[in-house]
Design a protein around this ligand. Structure first.
Ligand code: ATP
Length: 324
């Protein structure tokens, strides 16, 4: 869908994109990065609205430097900022946008009605948009991006300003844009965990550079840590200390307790240890060893839990790497 090759964008005081190379496949892709990471700048370059300083990119095989008009005909765009004229209704506005994209008048009206219904706007669609809630405005912005039946939509922070329920509804709508209509989606967010359920693939950028690009499953299912909760006994008043020592003897690698652990009520009963490698190839025998070790010590085994990685850890891992 999109091929980005060593793309840079420099403003006089700041480098917004720094030799970014990444490919976007069909499906739903989340583009994640903190505020100022370069997400909006990238989208504007991909639409041919802003020239890159260096490097190249193609969208649906078209060159962003020379074919911006053709790209915007085939791609839908939902901008981040508030851009809706307050005095016109959603219907009037979306019909206008459909006509701008080249649809004949009748088709534009029909598509507008269908699209507004799809995003969940009904009677309100005849009222001026100035009186709409943020959630309704975001829905109109999504509708105008979809009305000309594009193959790909670029959605810039579509959940901005929404409450948790509104966010969930918007993320559900975005998922359905792909599942119901087969339209590919590139959606941005500054909230790291937000796109985990919506996206097939996640691209993380930071300071205009690519931090990571991989499938959402790879991000969230690489499990490397086992948390074990045990009870104390008369024989072992500190069950976790006894378990750690015994696990070490059994050849495992339990983590040292956190320094403030004694201060946290109820937190003293947890032991964490590494299991499996980077790729998530968990060694099942670790579970048996932990169970048998706890049983041999006479400790009560409350739970064993494999922790899921979260996208936010990409940033933590990177900070740790920087320190190293
Ligand atoms: N027209 C411009 N002139 C100068 N600097 C700019 C311009 N547009 C963006 N920048 C800067 O480029 C960097 C990246 O901005 P960009 O808007 O792409 O980030 P973003 O990831 O979309 O963040 P946000 O979600 O906050 O918009 C920021 O430091 C921003 O201040």
């Amino acid at each position: 869908m999109i091929a980005i090759e060593s793309l840079s964008k420099r403003f006089p005081r700041v480098t917004a994109l720094d030799r970014l190379t990444v490919g976007i496949e069909p499906g739903v892709t989340g583009l994640v990065g903190a505020n100022g990471a370069g997400k909006s700048t990238l989208i504007k370059i991909l639409l041919g609205l802003s020239p890159a300083t260096e490097g190249s990119a193609t969208v649906l095989g078209m060159d962003v430097a020379t074919q911006g008009g053709a790209i915007r005909e085939r791609v839908g765009y939902m901008p981040e900022h508030d851009c809706l004229p307050p005095d016109v209704s959603a219907t009037e506005f979306v019909v206008h946008m459909a006509r701008m994209s080249g649809l004949p008048a009748t088709a534009a009206r029909e598509r507008t009605a269908d699209t507004l219904r799809h995003v969940g706007l009904y009677e309100e669609r005849y009222r001026p948009m100035g009186g709409y809630s943020t959630g309704m405005k975001q829905r109109v912005k999504l509708a105008q991006a979809l009305v000309h039946d594009p193959r790909l939509v670029l959605l810039d922070e579509p959940t901005n300003g929404l409450d948790p329920v509104g966010r969930d509804e918007m993320l559900g709508l975005i998922r359905r844009v792909h599942t119901d209509f087969g339209i590919s989606v590139l959606v941005t967010s500054h909230l790291l965990g937000e796109l985990e359920r919506t996206s097939d693939h996640i691209v993380v950028i930071d300071g205009g550079k690519l931090l990571r690009s991989s499938s959402t499953a790879d991000f969230t299912q690489r499990t490397a840590v086992l948390a074990v909760e045990v009870t104390d006994t008369d024989e072992h008043p500190d069950g976790t200390a006894a378990l750690r020592t015994a696990l070490r003897k059994a050849g495992l690698n339990p983590h040292e307790p956190a320094p403030d652990r004694a201060l946290a009520p109820g937190a003293g009963h947890l032991v964490t240890l590494d299991i499996g490698g980077e790729a998530g190839d968990t060694d099942e025998s670790v579970f048996d060893t932990v169970r048998d070790t706890a049983a041999d010590l006479g400790l009560g085994l409350v739970r064993m839990e494999q922790r899921r990685h979260q996208i936010s850890e990409v940033f933590t891992e990177r900070s740790a790497g920087d320190v190293a």
